[in-house]
Design a protein around this ligand. Structure first.
Ligand code: PDD
Length: 285
């Protein structure tokens, strides 16, 4: 049985009900988070909640839950659901109005929903044990506020579906200048001559928490150079390594993009070094 959280209560998922007039349903008017947890230990809880609170502020949703409140919800969801590896999904919509009107309504309480779902095992830093990704490539057609983790994900869904329909696990995106922004549900990186290159934090990408932890760990514990610059499509296809990161994938190597082999088509040494450090230090955040 899956236990979920809805507006202050815990209940079986089948019993959780919201109004069809909820603005999350009508407009995708809300913010969400996905926090990974392994054997009861969450990765990046503080930064995930900071990003949630920033996103809610950016779209003017007044939700008075504190870090401690979110912590309690997450702890209960972890305790109330089976499985060692869980993604904790948190979702705050603007709430339920009586009419469908684009303007933000006054005096509407946000809807807060949370559930836990199974995620893969944490990556073992071992080139032989990891299954690399193959990705599609397409122009980024999303809106200009990709830094907001909005529940309105149609653009991301359509981009992901392109990869899925081509038999690939993700879709990497490029902007109008032919530069790599991120992926449909991941941040993206290339490695060339030992240097990692990844798009800087602008409104063209989501400020990924895996990205935040990874770059901090690399800066603190390694000499590996990181350049925050969006690489071109040509650089991506000519890279020695390509990676994608997200809360449920950690650092995932990519060996094929748009049908083209990356490097020699095997998992690279810089990936191994990065995932090894990430595995060692990820609970420090
Ligand atoms: N996706 N970029 C986009 C567009 C994303 O949707 C995600 C996460 C990321 C990586 O962020 P993080 O490292 O904080 O997970 C980057 C989540 C997991 C999802 O939509 O399910």
């Amino acid at each position: 049985m899956t236990t979920v959280y809805l507006n202050g209560d815990y209940m079986p998922m089948e019993e959780a009900k919201i109004s069809p007039m909820d603005r999350g349903f009508l407009f995708g008017d809300g913010i969400y988070e996905v926090i990974p947890s392994y054997s009861g230990k969450m990765v990046g809880f503080g930064p995930h909640i900071d990003r949630m609170i920033d996103g809610l502020a950016a779209i003017g949703i007044n939700c008075n839950l504190s870090h401690a409140d979110y912590q309690q919800i997450c702890d209960q969801l972890i305790a109330g659901n089976e499985g060692d590896n869980l993604g904790i999904y948190l979702h705050v919509s603007r709430g339920t109005d009586t009419k469908r009107h684009h303007a933000y309504p006054d005096n509407v309480a946000p809807t807060v929903y949370g559930f836990a779902f199974a995620i893969p095992d944490a990556n073992v830093p071992d080139k032989g044990a990891i299954k690399p990704y193959e990705c599609s490539l397409t122009q980024d057609m999303r809106w200009k506020r990709c830094g907001i983790k909005s529940t309105a994900l149609l653009g991301n869904v359509m981009h992901f579906q392109k990869g899925h329909s081509e038999g690939n696990g993700e879709t990497i995106l490029f902007n109008e200048e032919n530069k790599i922004t991120e992926g449909s549900a991941v941040n993206a990186y290339i490695v060339k001559n030992g240097k990692i290159i990844t798009a800087p934090l602008t409104e063209q990408i989501l400020p990924g928490i895996t990205r935040l932890i990874l770059l901090d760990v690399l800066a603190k514990y390694s000499d590996i150079e990181v350049e925050e610059r969006a690489p071109t499509v040509e650089e991506l296809l000519d890279a020695d390594e390509v990676w994608i990161t997200s809360s449920s994938k950690e650092i995932a190597p990519v060996t094929k993009v748009d049908g083209k082999l990356i490097g020699d088509g095997t998992v690279g040494d810089v990936w191994l070094a990065a995932q090894t450090l990430y595995t060692k230090h990820k609970y420090e955040y």
